[in-house]
Ligand binder design. Structure first.
Ligand code: SAH
Length: 213
C-alpha cells in the first residue's frame, strides 16, 4: 500500500476540510507513519476516518481528533508537553514533532512497552515515557507548557491543573464514561479559563484522580 498517499488523502479529506488549518500540525500529520502504531491486523485501515483497537480494550484515536486536540494546544517549538494516555504512541509522535520534549504516561505496561519500542525505532529522542497513573501527572518535571489527556475524565484532575504553567494550555475530555466534552483550559494570571470544543468519546481515564479502576 502507498501509505504516503493515504496520509496525504487523510490530511486533505478528514482534517483540513474539517477546519484544522495550523500548518505545523498538518505537516506533522503528513509525516508520522500512523500505520506503524496500529496492530498488523488493522494496518490497512490505519488512515481511515475512525479509531482502531490497539489491544487491552484500548484504541488509537481517530486522525481528526488527534489533529483537533493538537491544534488546540497551540504548541511552540520550545514547549514541554505532558501527555496522559500514551496508548499506541501515535499522538506522542505528533507532539514530539511540534515541541521540544514530550513526557508521556501510560498505565498499562504492555501498551507502554510497545509504544516506547515504536517511538525509539522511529528515532524520537525528545520523548520520555513512564508507566503509571497519569492522573497524578509527572510532578518532578512540572510545570508544563501544555497538557494533553487522551482518556475521558470525570473531572479535570487537580494534580494536572497544578502542573500547568502560567500561560499553559490543557486539552482534556471531561464527562461520563460514554460521552465527554472536549475541554480546553488556559491558565492565566486571573485563574483558569475553560472552553468547550464539542462532544467526543474516549476510553475512561482510570486512576486516583480519574475513574476508579
Ligand atoms: N493517544 C492514544 C490514545 C490511547 S486510548 C492513541 O491515540 O493511541 C487512552 C489510553 O489512556 C489507554 O491506553 C489507557 O490505558 C490510558 N489510560 C487510562 N487511564 C490512564 C491513567 N490514569 N494514566 C495513564 N494512562 C491511562
Amino acid at each position: 500500500m502507498d501509505f504516503e498517499a493515504l496520509r496525504e488523502q487523510m490530511v486533505a479529506v478528514q482534517i483540513r476540510a474539517r477546519g484544522v488549518t495550523a500548518a505545523r500540525v498538518l505537516a506533522a500529520m503528513r509525516k508520522v507513519p500512523r500505520h506503524l502504531f496500529v496492530p498488523e491486523a488493522y494496518r490497512d485501515q490505519a488512515y481511515e476516518d475512525h479509531p482502531a483497537p490497539i489491544g487491552e480494550g484500548q484504541t488509537i484515536s481517530q486522525p481528526y481528533i488527534v489533529a483537533e486536540m493538537t491544534q488546540a494546544l497551540g504548541l511552540a517549538e520550545t514547549d514541554r508537553v505532558l501527555e496522559i494516555g500514551t496508548g499506541s504512541g501515535y499522538q506522542t509522535a505528533i507532539l514530539a514533532e511540534l515541541c521540544s520534549k514530550v513526557y508521556t504516561v501510560e498505565r498499562l505496561p504492555g501498551l507502554h512497552a510497545a509504544a516506547v519500542r515504536i517511538l525509539a525505532g522511529l528515532g524520537y529522542e525528545n520523548v520520555a515515557a513512564r508507566c503509571g497513573d497519569g492522573t497524578l501527572g509527572w510532578p518532578e518535571e512540572a510545570p508544563f507548557d501544555a497538557v494533553l489527556v487522551t482518556a475521558g475524565a470525570p473531572v479535570t484532575p487537580p494534580a494536572l491543573l497544578a502542573q500547568l504553567a502560567l500561560g499553559g494550555r490543557m486539552v482534556i475530555p471531561v464527562g461520563d464514561q460514554h460521552i465527554q466534552s472536549l475541554t480546553r483550559l488556559v491558565r492565566t494570571e486571573r485563574g483558569v479559563r475553560s472552553y468547550d470544543l464539542g462532544g467526543c468519546r474516549f476510553v475512561p481515564l482510570l486512576g486516583e484522580q480519574g475513574w476508579k479502576a
